[in-house]
Design a protein around this ligand. Structure first.
Ligand SMILES: [Ca+2]
Length: 283
């Protein structure tokens, strides 16, 4: 039987043991050295953010599958993640930027017309046009995980690190929770006080939402806080129109590398992805 003194010693040993275990446990879960988040205020803003209206210079031309009807484009882990459209031709693909080679591809069933895609938290989210259904995949393996539903058409998709942000061809961008898929805020995009519709492929770049406008060689820079268009990027002439086999092979693809700050654009069935530098437009 334990007397009071033994009991105190036992308690003391228990406390010490617990402290050791807690210490080991903490060490075991010690997070990796803190990495500064990329693409945020820890670095000075990119030079182009000092201007409102911008134009471009082509820095590099990279190969792109001229049969890929691009609907969503992002750079992830050194590869393009690309969603292509059209019923019966819809794919999700991982592509080597240097060679244009498709290193992994998933074909969707024919009744889905693929639209925008984005990568968040190790998952790829892909929209379909009119089915009001999207798909979640493991970003590394392309293993399908689940479907999710939304209201209306799906066009472009990006994320701000917290929410999915979806366009539907109007001037409205819809924020969506990436876990519950509950709709969040609606962002009404306005340019000079007027609704700016036909917003299509999206990319979240340095705190702004870039949206290319369907059938225009223009990208709008949108303030995610209030929907106001900060400025326009004029991409006139980036793809020679005579190369296009179909009328609707328009600009539709924006990707960003937050580490190098390189910006890339392409279009539906364009044979190139262009790395561009943004420069102030001369008025
Ligand atoms: Ca994009």
């Amino acid at each position: 039987m334990m007397n009071r003194s033994d009991g105190m010693k036992f308690s003391l040993r228990l406390i010490v043991l617990t402290m050791i275990l807690v210490s080991v446990s903490c060490d075991g879960q010690k997070p990796a050295a803190a990495q500064p988040p990329v693409g945020n205020g820890n670095r000075p803003p990119p030079e182009w953010q000092a201007a409102t209206d911008l134009t471009y210079e082509v820095v590099a031309e990279l190969p792109h599958d001229a049969e890929a009807y691009t609907q969503g484009l992002v750079l992830h882990d050194g590869h393009w993640i690309e969603s292509t459209g059209k019923n019966g031709q819809t794919t999700l693909r991982r592509v080597d930027p240097a060679t244009g080679a498709v290193v992994l591809k998933k074909n969707l069933v024919a009744n889905f017309f693929g639209e925008g895609c984005t990568v968040l938290g190790g998952k790829i989210y892909q929209l379909s046009w009119k089915n009001q259904e999207g798909f979640v995949y493991d970003a590394a393996s392309f293993q399908w995980q689940k479907n999710f539903s939304y209201t209306g058409e799906g066009w472009g998709l990006t994320n701000d690190g917290t929410s999915l942000i979806m366009s539907n061809g109007s001037n409205i961008l819809q924020f969506i929770d990436p876990v519950t898929f509950k709709p969040g805020k609606l962002l009404k995009v306005e340019w000079n006080g007027q609704p700016l519709d036909k917003l299509n492929e999206l990319e979240f770049i340095e705190g702004e939402i870039f949206a290319n406008i369907w059938f225009k060689e223009q990208i709008a820079r949108i303030d995610p806080a209030n929907g106001r268009v900060i400025g326009m990027i004029d991409l006139a002439g980036i793809d020679k129109k005579e190369k296009r086999l179909e009328e609707d092979n328009v600009l539709n693809g924006i990707a960003y590398d937050p580490v190098t700050r390189n910006i890339f654009v392409t279009g539906k069935c364009w044979p190139k992805i262009y790395q561009i530098r943004l420069v102030a437009a001369k008025h």
